[in-house]
Each structure stands twice: as structure tokens, then as C-alpha cells.
Design a protein around this ligand. Sequence first.
Ligand code: FES
Ligand code: FES
Length: 156
Amino acid sequence: MPVDITLTVNGVAYPLSVDPHASLLRTVRDDVGLTGAKEGCDDSECGACMMLVDGRPTNACSYLAVQADGSSVTTVEGLADGDRLAPLQEAFLVQGGVQCGFCTPGMLVSATALLARNPAPTEDEIRTAVSGNLCRCTGYDGIVRAIADAAARGSS
Ligand code: FES
Ligand code: FES
């Protein structure tokens, strides 16, 4: 039996009727229509699906949509201001933090959460914050540089 829930995604409330076993990732991609968060492992291993749920970095593949009922969800689409990239996104481009881009939405979401709780992280703290995000292109140095750059400029 479908369950009625309301998800607020990037500030917009979506009343939805979902399968009780549907993941937050599938619901946001298929029902809300935001496909920035990716499905990699579908098993909490890669971080490609990372979203903020009430500010907490969450592997959306392993989180039920019904668990997020009433929550505020932020996806990578919610980081930019319209067509204007967030400073963190610009830093990823400038510092070479993007190769194929598959991991990038999850990396950006994890980094956003880090800078929100710790605006001046050390390199170790940055590496720890994105340790749940796998990059198959092995672009970690550029990613870490980008997060440090955004932090140094005092913005996420
Ligand atoms: S798809 Fe969710 S952690 Fe890999
Ligand atoms: S840039 Fe390709 S997986 Fe990270």
C-alpha cells in the first residue's frame, strides 16, 4: 500500500504517495524529478547518492523515503543560486576537482555539510569528511584542494 508523505526538497514541498520500501534516492530521482544525486552502489558504499536530510549527510540509497517524511532534503541541485554556481562548485571547477563528474554531486553535498559545521577544516578533516565518497577517477587531490579553496575564501 502506498504511503502519503511530504518531502521538502531544496525548499519546495512535494506531497508524494510512495511505496513504503522506496528509497529516498529513487523517490527524489523518479518522483520529484531531480537526477543530480546518482545511484552508484545502492548499498551505502560510494556516496554518489549523498543528500542532506535536515542538514545531515545521508546516503539516500539506503534511507527510506518514508523516513524522510516531513524532513528538509537538500540535493546538489539546491546548492546553486539559480544559474549561479555556489562558490564551492566554482572551486571544484577551478581546482580540477571534477573528472567524469559521477561522484561530484555527492562530494559537493558532503563538502557543503563539512563547511557548514566547520568553516576552516584542516586537510585531514576534509579528507575524513569525504571519506564516504568514492571517486573512481582518483581525483581526490583536486577535490581536497577545491574544498580547502572554498573554505579559505570563507564560503561554501
Ligand atoms: S549509491 Fe548510495 S552509497 Fe552508493
Ligand atoms: S570525477 Fe569521476 S568518479 Fe569522481
